[in-house]
Design a protein around this ligand. Sequence first.
Ligand code: ATP
Ligand code: MG
Length: 557
Amino acid sequence: MTNEEFADNHFIRTIIEEDLKNGKYQSIITRFPPEPNGYLHIGHAKSICLNFGLAHIYGGRCNLRFDDTNPEKESDEYVRSIKEDVAWLGFQWHEEHFASDYFDMLYQFAEDLINAGKAYVDELTADEMRDYRGTLTLAGKESPYRNREVAENLDLFRRMKSGEFPDGSKTLRLKIDMASGNLNLRDPVIYRIRRVSHHRTGDKWCIYPMYDYTHALSDAIEHITHSICTLEFEAHRPLYDWVVENVAAPSRPHQYEFSRLELLYSITSKRKLNQLVTQKFVSGWDDPRMPTISGMRRRGYTPAGLRLFAKRVGVSKSENVVDMELLEGAIREDLQATAPRLMAVLKPLRVEITNFQDGEIQGKTVPFHPENAEFGERELKLSPTIYIEQDDFEEIPPKGFKRLTVGGEVRLRHSYIIKCNEVVKDENGNIIKLLCTVDFDTLGKNPEDRKVKGVIHWLPETAPQATVRLYDRLFTVERPDAVRGEDGEYRDFIEFLNPNSIEEITALIEPIAQTLPPESHWQFERLGYFVTDRYDHSANNPTFNRTVTLRDTWQKK
Ligand code: ATP
Ligand code: MG
């Protein structure tokens, strides 16, 4: 990867360059900190490219850290998938960490805070705590437990840890300021009692540290220099700073925020993606229609294409809602150069060549990629019966139709010109086949007396079959999670699922399809980019997913 592959000068790069120049840091350490409570999505891809990209550009390091503080929702399966996705995107993390590895240290820091009179054990219920918290315009009220003695706090906290109290009955809170204009500073809870097995620490703990506290200290423990997160954490930054300044943290990281990526006709919320999976609206997290990294991988998106997309969406603090076309454009651009080409016929129409003569017909050796000989070549040869695309024939052609019509001519890609003389139909009027003749003098050259404009793809009758899945947008509206009903309430995003987001067909294809490994990227001439399915593809049943069409067909609808 070159530095040019990452987002151009943006405010975080400016800050880092300044910090390096004035000697604040000798080198930088960033981290990508997912919570292992779901699979990564396109928004995470942006964050990954940003954090790993900065480490790359400035010769620093980037850690992968799992912020695993919510045991009920986390699992090893998610950890595995996240590691696979980051590596697949092309990044190598410096160190791998789990916030849960720091639970002992975090506990010790909490005792230190108690000893310094900066934390107390509270017994307000969740409802009471909400009432006491106040609002944006109204100061909060201090808890009656706020001024306990250090010794009592320490004793209670230790007994919380040793399991003497029921879930939810006590919390440890920071003693900051109940009148702060920033609600996050109104004595935030940093520990809660929760008897849930943790995917790594099992039943060792019945108290768990809260996210803000854990996140800040995990950054400090890892000597992260630039802790980059999305804008919704901006109001948490004062708490982040408070935490790292009030314990004997090993380093003093700084938090910087950028805007979240949102993709139209899609969803970037793990919770909602999880709902699609658990309610079986999709086949799994890696369904090719999902905006997850594993779904996009299965769809045929490429790491380089996704990185190009991340570069193009840029990094800033202003709204970052982008059209699917920007993503698909980046994928096309990568595949254009890297995917070899073949012919496939998705909806076959039989064509019989009535003047076929063996001796007159020659094959042609055609490279799999017009600019890259490394992909090899194969011979294409006309047979007495061939198949063309149903869409490439019209009995009553619309104006400007350049493909095959009755009495008209068309060139077969990499082959001869044929003319359609007759349409054969069944008793219901459905077209069964076309009767055509071939002009033997047109292989590799144009006839002198007339112009034949159209070129269509085709396959000989020996072409093997393949299963092909065609995908459309998963949702029918731009912002499925932001549509309000007449009552002003948000409508359920499930209502906006596109019922026609997948079509599976049996197509014809060139024989090389039977020799391909899974995840081979190909252009089907005139039809789009396709990939052999990561799981379902086999020599006996070649199976392709359409990654993206060749042009943007969506906008025209
Ligand atoms: P979700 O809301 O989907 O659960 P999250 O922010 O809770 O997402 P995390 O696992 O905490 O998910 O995210 C890991 C990192 O990825 C965080 O630094 C987060 O800021 C970043 N991130 C998450 N979603 C996006 C997004 N849509 N655009 C850019 N960065 C994102
Ligand atoms: Mg989060």
